[in-house]
Design a protein around this ligand. Structure first.
Ligand SMILES: Nc1ncnc2c1ncn2[C@@H]1O[C@H](COP(=O)(O)OP(=O)(O)O)[C@@H](O)[C@H]1O
Ligand SMILES: [Mg+2]
Length: 388
C-alpha cells in the first residue's frame, strides 16, 4: 500500500498544496518551519484519522480558516486504489470519506492503512515514563485489531464515568455505591479484554523486536519486553498462575478483586488506581532494565528497533505493508548508520517511506547511499506555488 497523491487545503502551513509521491523512498527537504512535518502529519491523518503531533484537531486548521481538508489516493498492488478524504471543521467536527462514502466509525477505517512514525521523540518510549510505552503499545494494537480498538474505547469511556462519579460524590450513599458497582463492572468487562490482548500479543512483538535488533546489526543485544498488569499480578503470560495461562474470566475475576481491594483508596483519591491505564511495559536488554542501564546511543537504537518491530507486527496482522514516516529521524545518526537504515528500507522492507530532514549532511548521506524515488525540496515547491 502506498500513497500516490496528497492534496491539502488550509492545513497548517499549507494553504492549497498538491503533491505526488513515489512508491518507495520520498525525501522531503527544506529549511525548518517550511512544512515538512505538516506533510507527514497529513498522511498520518488519512491513515488513522488523527495527528501524531497534537491531540487537538483545531490547532491544525490554518490560521484564518474554519476548516482543513486533506485528500489522498492510496494504491494497493498497483491495481486497486482508494481515495480518502478527511475534513475537520470548527463547526461540524471531523468527516472521513473513503471513495466518497462517509465512514461513520473510525473502527471501520483504522488498520486498513497501517502507518509507523519514527522521530527523535521516540527516545521517550524507552527513556520516559510508562504512559509513553502504553501509548506505543496501544497504537500498534489498535491498528492491528478493530476489537482491541473498540475494547479500549469502551474501557476509557467506563473509566471516565467511574472517575467522574468518584469526583462528584459528596457522601457514600447506597445510590452512589450501586452506581459505582455498575461502572466497576463495565471497567472490568472491557479492561480485562484489553489486558488479555496485550498479554497475548507481547510474545509476538518480542519475537519481532529480536529480529529488528538483528536487522539493525545488534544481534548480541537480547531484548525483552514484559507486560506487567497490576490486577493480574505478574510480568509474563503464563508465569502469573504457576505456569498456566489465565483465561479471560480469570483476568476479569482478578481485576474485579483488585478494584474492590483498592476501593477505599480510590474513594479517598477520587480516581481509579488499578487497570490497563496504569499497567507497565518494561524493557530489558540482556536481562537488565533498559531505563537504568542503557547509554543514549542504546536508547536510540532500541527505540528504532521498537518501531521496526511495530512495522513487522503491523505488516503481519494488517496484511499490508505499513507506510513509514521518518520525521527528522536520521538527524542524530552518523553516515554509516544512515546507510544501514536506507539499505534496510530500500532493499529489505521495500515499503513506501517518507524521510524529512533540514540537515545537509543527512541529505548527502541519503542521496549517496540510497536511490530516493522522489526528492522534494519544499522551499522550492512552496516558493514556486506562491509565485503563480
Ligand atoms: N494552524 C496553523 N496555521 C498556520 N501555520 C501553521 C499552523 N500550524 C503550524 N503552522 C506553521 O507550520 C510551520 C511548521 O511546519 P513544520 O511542518 O513543523 O515545519 P518543518 O519543515 O520544520 O517540519 C510553522 O511555520 C508554523 O508556524
Ligand atoms: Mg519538522
Amino acid at each position: 500500500m502506498y500513497i500516490s497523491d496528497l492534496t491539502l487545503s488550509a492545513f497548517r502551513a499549507h494553504d492549497d498544496f498538491k503533491i505526488s509521491f513515489g512508491e518507495r523512498i520520498n525525501l522531503i527537504t527544506g529549511p525548518n518551519g517550511i512544512g515538512k512535518t505538516n506533510l507527514l502529519e497529513a498522511i498520518h491523518y488519512l491513515c488513522l484519522t488523527k495527528s501524531f503531533v497534537s491531540a487537538r484537531d483545531a490547532t491544525a486548521i490554518r490560521e484564518g480558516s474554519d476548516e482543513f481538508v486533506i485528500r489522498g489516493r492510496f494504491v494497493d498492488g498497483g491495481t486497486q486504489s482508494r481515495s480518502v478524504s478527511l475534513q475537520y471543521s470548527k463547526a461540524t467536527g471531523k468527516t472521513l470519506q473513503v471513495n466518497k462514502a462517509t465512514v461513520e466509525r473510525v473502527t471501520g477505517h483504522v488498520g486498513l492503512l497501517p502507518v509507523v512514525v519514527f522521530s527523535p521523540d521516540d527516545y521517550g518510549i524507552t527513556a520516559g515514563g510508562p504512559e509513553e510505552r502504553r501509548r506505543f503499545l496501544d497504537n500498534m494494537l489498535c491498528q492491528a485489531s478493530k476489537t482491541y480498538l473498540a475494547d479500549l474505547q469502551n474501557f476509557r469511556h467506563a473509566l471516565k464515568q467511574r472517575n467522574s462519579l468518584l469526583v462528584q460524590a459528596t457522601s457514600h450513599t447506597a445510590t452512589f455505591r450501586s452506581q459505582l458497582d455498575a461502572w466497576s463492572s463495565e471497567v472490568v468487562r472491557h479492561g480485562a479484554r484489553v489486558i488479555n490482548r496485550r498479554r497475548t500479543d507481547i510474545s509476538l512483538i518480542n519475537s519481532y523486536l529480536h529480529d529488528s535488533l538483528e536487522q539493525l546489526g545488534l544481534a548480541n543485544e537480547v531484548p525483552e519486553m514484559r507486560y506487567r498488569s497490576v490486577p493480574v499480578g505478574d510480568v509474563d503470560r503464563g508465569t502469573s498462575s504457576g505456569g498456566r495461562d489465565l483465561s479471560l474470566e480469570e483476568i476479569e475475576e482478578r481485576y474485579f478483586e483488585a478494584l474492590v481491594e483498592a476501593g477505599s483508596n480510590d474513594m479517598a483519591r477520587r480516581r481509579t488506581s488499578v487497570g490497563p491505564h496504569r499497567d507497565e511495559l518494561e524493557l530489558f536488554v540482556n536481562g537488565r532494565p533498559l531505563r537504568n542501564y542503557a547509554s543514549q546511543g542504546q536508547h536510540r537504537t532500541f527505540a528504532m528497533a521498537l518501531k521496526l518491530a511495530k512495522y513487522h507486527y503491523l505488516y503481519k496482522l494488517c496484511e499490508t505493508k505499513p507506510i513509514l514516516l521518518l520525521d527528522d529521524a536520521f538527524d542524530h545518526l552518523d553516515p554509516e548508520r544512515i546507510a544501514g537504515y536506507i539499505h534496510l528500507i530500500q532493499d529489505k522492507l521495500e515499503c513506501q517511506a517518507f524521510i524529512t530532514t533540514a540537515n545537509p549532511g543527512v541529505i548527502e548521506s541519503i542521496v549517496q547511499w540510497g536511490d530516493p524515488n522522489r526528492h522534494f525540496n519544499l522551499s522550492v515547491m512552496i516558493g514556486a506555488l506562491e509565485k503563480e
